[in-house]
Ligand binder design. Structure first.
Ligand code: NAD
Length: 304
């Protein structure tokens, strides 16, 4: 089905931009849209692709629609319109049999509800959130966690291939659930690493030495390997993943655990820390505050 198809891509931020570049580079025909019109036009020109005039226009001309938006609420609004009945949204004009692929990190509970609404219109929904950040989006080596009907997922193979490696997680919502849980593990590891380096430095140790020795020892994790030196120790904190987006993912992870009635020992504390960091660093308003700035929050705590 992917021969000659048009992919409507909505959400051209830190991740959407490199992902569309990979799709265009692989020869796919794209129809681009972002709330930021200037960003849409500039990227369309850069990639030699078309900008959609509106959500309805994008829906009418796309075979597959990919969303790469901040959260599931935004995805729902873009697809179903403000009223929720499709008017003014993508689903209002999308053909029966079209496929929507939500690659945002959305809540799996909302995704399952959205899947039912779209299915009633003959539209198939697949959740396919990603991990690996901007660097791996640029390289086309993202981990893609896919939830949905395996037959529909199979047909998306040529769409996923330029962006990374798809892994079937289960039915609809499974990708979004794993993504949130993965980010919980990742955020807990980053927070622990930042705290350990701060404690070690106050004890008189050299921060870079602490990271090197942890990286050769059992405390090693993705943050100690690829985040601590370039983004935390350098003081740049410019890793490309908004702190508010991470805080949202952690609330989703806790929601997933709580939906099962499970008691958690650590998740609630991690969520509280990130929520408070989001508030103190004004990260919901200032999207230039990226997630490694959790270390700046620890600094604020240290100063009382
Ligand atoms: P971003 O804030 O850089 O980009 C989001 C884009 O969506 C912006 O360009 C914004 O203008 C656009 N947008 C917002 N509301 C819109 C609407 N109603 N209609 C059209 N466009 C709209 O975010 P990002 O870092 O690209 O992340 C996107 C998603 O991917 C999020 O769910 C995030 O949690 C997830 N994610 C991000 C990273 C990362 O490293 N940045 C990694 C993995 C997953």
């Amino acid at each position: 089905m992917t021969e000659g198809l048009t992919i409507g891509f909505i959400g051209l931020g830190n991740m959407g931009r490199p992902m569309t570049a990979r799709l265009a580079g692989a020869g796919h025909r794209l129809l681009l849209l972002d709330l930021d019109r200037a960003r849409t036009e500039a990227l369309a020109t850069e990639l030699g692709q078309q900008a959609a005039a509106s959500l309805s226009d994008l829906g009418a001309r796309s075979d597959v629609v990919i969303t790469m938006l901040p959260d599931g609420r935004t995805v729902r609004k873009v697809l179903l319109g403000e009223s929720g009945d499709g008017t003014g949204g993508v689903a209002g004009t999308l053909a029966k049999d079209a496929i929507v692929v939500d690659m945002s990190s959305s809540s799996p509970v909302g995704t399952r509800e959205l899947g039912e609404v779209l299915a009633a219109r003959g539209i198939r929904l697949v959740d396919a959130p990603v991990s690996g950040g901007v660097r791996r989006a640029v390289d086309g080596t993202l981990a893609i966690m896919v939830g949905g009907d395996p037959e529909v997922v199979e047909r998306l193979a040529p769409v996923f291939a330029p962006m990374g490696k798809p892994m079937l997680a289960g039915g609809l919502g499974a990708g979004h659930a794993i993504k949130a849980l993965n980010n919980y593990v990742s955020a807990a590891g980053l927070l622990a690493a930042c705290e350990a380096v701060r404690a070690g430095a106050r004890f008189g140790l050299e921060p870079a030495t602490i990271v090197d020795i942890i990286n050769a020892s059992t405390g090693v994790n993705n943050s100690t390997l690829v985040k601590m030196k370039p983004f935390v120790l350098s003081g740049s904190y410019a890793d490309g993943f908004g702190l508010a987006l991470m805080a949202k993912d952690l609330r989703t992870a806790l929601e997933v655990a709580q939906a099962t009635g499970m008691e958690t020992a650590l998740a609630g504390t991690v969520v509280e820390v990130w929520n408070e960091a989001e508030r103190r660093l004004d990260a919901a308003q200032d999207t230039s505050v990226h997630h490694t700035a959790i270390d700046r929050y620890l600094d604020l705590l240290g100063r009382g």
